[in-house]
Design a binder for this molecule. Structure first.
Ligand code: G5P
Ligand code: MG
Length: 220
């Protein structure tokens, strides 16, 4: 079955949203929009939004809802496809309500990974900031240590990946996620996936999506 498909992936910081999103894109061809990657691109370019957002991001805080809603609305308005996957947005109930006014989602996936697993794994993350490509010292190492596989440019550790900042982000996620999930459960489009390893969660998500989308290839 092929259909117009609009979905959101929820999950705590470091739960694997970017990792699983990359696999969904490869298998099902949706357009991936990561709010964190968009913000980091604005910070790199030192745009007005980037300068403001940076003060919140480096402190492990959420960027204000109105700025986020404007950013994502303008990105969605520019898309030439109606098959997309939002990663990192919405993150609060007001953001979800604002999105719902303009877009009717088909599915909200939630990755449920224990906090202690996240705190342990995030120390090994390395990121190519311009593209958002992510690596991990053990789970997903680059071909050449410290370099992006595609461009050869340097990888960096995100400034908000320090343990204290991760704990703050996990607390914020815990505070906001209840009302967000309740909103999507109320609409009947919420589906959660529990586990500690992306390689174990992914085949279950793939199987679930196969019932709703036309895959480009099998699970890997
Ligand atoms: P982001 O960028 O949206 P977070 O905090 O939601 O940041 P993050 O940190 O990007 O999420 P992730 O995408 O869920 O994490 O996880 P990932 O990158 O795929 O995986 C984490 C690491 O673990 C990687 O190195 C990966 O290779 C590895 N890994 C994956 N699976 C496994 C596994 O099974 N085993 C092992 N060992 N490793 C694994 O947002 C950043 C900031 O932007 C602002 C906020 O300030 C936010 O803090 N922001 C917003 N503010 C307000 N509203 C919004 N909507 C906002 N969106 C962003
Ligand atoms: Mg991410």
């Amino acid at each position: 079955m092929s259909k117009i498909f609009k979905m959101v992936i929820l999950g705590g910081p470091g739960s694997g949203k970017g990792t699983i999103s990359t696999r969904i894109v490869r298998s099902f061809g949706l357009k991936h929009l990561s709010s964190g990657d968009m913000l980091r691109a604005q910070v790199l370019k030192e745009t007005d939004l980037g300068v403001v957002a940076h003060t919140y991001m480096k402190a492990g805080k959420l960027v204000p809802d109105d700025l986020m809603v404007d950013l994502i609305s303008s990105e969605l308005a520019c898309l030439n496809t109606s098959k997309w996957l939002l990663d990192g947005f919405p993150r609060t109930r007001p953001q979800a309500e604002a999105l719902h006014k303009h877009e009717k989602l088909d599915l909200v996936l939630s990755l449920e990974v224990p906090d202690e697993v996240i705190i342990d794994r995030i120390k090994g993350r390395w990121t190519h900031l311009p593209s958002g490509r992510i690596y991990h010292t053990e789970f997903n190492p680059p071909k050449v240590w410290g370099e992006d596989d595609v461009t050869g440019e340097p990888l960096v550790q995100r400034e908000d990946d320090k343990v204290e900042s991760v704990k703050k982000r996990l607390n914020l996620y815990a505070q906001n996620t209840g009302p967000l999930k309740a909103f999507y459960k109320g609409i009947g489009i919420f589906q959660d996936f529990h586990g500690t390893e992306s390689n174990e969660i992914w085949p279950r998500i793939h199987k679930y999506l196969q019932d709703h989308l036309t895959p480009l290839s099998g699970p890997f």
